[in-house]
Design a protein around this ligand. Structure first.
Ligand SMILES: O=C(O)/C=C(\CC(=O)C(=O)O)C(=O)O
Length: 295
């Protein structure tokens, strides 16, 4: 009998009716960080997962895209699907040219498998260091994956938390591709932009021009809650310093949120506070993701 994969008892389901944003997104805007979950009946969650989410499939994702005014999506493989990329790949294929994907793979990935995913729209792999989400992967495994994907022009997305940056910094500098850091390396926003931890992240970007950052997830980083005043300075600092190496995304369907579920329309309105000029908005939402994912 197939196991029924019931979402965790404390799971918070994505917002049922996000507002229409006041901020009218520029034409061709890309939601460059979002996920699909299942639906589990069609794409079961991985046995090694650390959480079981609600279903949040491609139909709901593309309805949200249209509702908010985005044109394209970059769908990042979430750990609840392990290295089984079928739900993400299926979502990419059915969006035509309007979606790209980031996969999670093992060192045994073959060239033929990479090529097949590339044809579906995949343009990178994600290396996850967040201990509550994944078991530890040896760095030489990640390096061997990096060497396999680099010839396809793919890049690497890394997810880690601020306290781990010092340890993984030498590894990040070894990576042979563009490297995109999820959620600015998850700073502790109670510490201040000038705190050595965030300054270390800024220095990393200053010294390595292949390192990009997603200025995402104010909802995840905030200690105050909406409208996320305490996160503005962090995102604004990264956008102002590195306007051609930043990406933005909703993070829908907001996995593992415990305090609240954000209204995706409120998240879109947050963009004008972190990228106040039209030029910054155009780079963040259109030019940068198009260069990285659609060139
Ligand atoms: O959506 C995110 O970026 C963050 C996640 C989930 C995640 O990344 C995953 O499961 O792969 C988190 O912090 O729980």
């Amino acid at each position: 009998m197939t196991e029924v994969q019931k979402m965790d008892a404390d799971w918070l389901v994505f917002h049922p009716a996000p507002k229409v944003p006041d901020f009218k997104l520029p034409k061709g805007a890309v939601d460059a960080h979002c996920h699909v979950f299942g639906p589990a009946a069609e794409f079961p969650f991985a046995p090694e997962r650390k959480y079981t989410p609600c279903d949040a499939g491609k139909a709901e994702l593309y309805a949200l895209r249209d509702h908010l005014g985005f044109e394209r999506n970059v769908i990042v493989q979430a750990t609840c699907h392990g290295k089984d990329n079928r739900a993400m790949v299926d979502a990419c294929r059915s969006a035509g040219d309007l979606a790209r994907g980031i996969a999670s793979v093992g060192a045994d990935i073959t060239e033929a498998e990479i090529r097949e995913m590339h044809e579906a729209g995949v343009r990178g792999v994600r290396f996850n260091f967040v201990k509550r989400l994944v078991d530890d992967t040896p760095k030489d495994v990640f390096l061997s994956i990096a060497n396999k994907i680099k010839d396809f022009g793919w890049h690497i997305v890394v997810y880690f938390e601020a306290q781990d940056l010092e340890e993984i910094e030498p590894f990040l500098k070894q990576l042979p591709t563009t490297v995109v850091v999820d959620h600015m390396g998850r700073p502790d926003v109670s510490k201040g932009v000038d705190h050595p931890d965030f300054q270390r992240f800024i220095r990393l970007m200053e010294e390595n021009d292949n390192i990009w950052s997603k200025v995402t997830c104010p909802d995840r980083l905030s200690q105050q809650g909406p409208p996320y005043d305490d996160v503005v300075a962090y995102c604004a600092e990264i956008v102002a310093r590195f306007p051609d190496r930043v990406l933005w995304g909703t993070d829908w369907p907001h996995p593992n949120m415990k305090s609240h579920i954000p209204d995706d329309g409120v998240l879109v309105d947050f963009i004008t506070r972190i990228a106040p000029t039209k030029e910054q908005q155009q780079q963040l939402l259109v030019d940068n993701p198009m260069r990285l994912y659609w060139a």
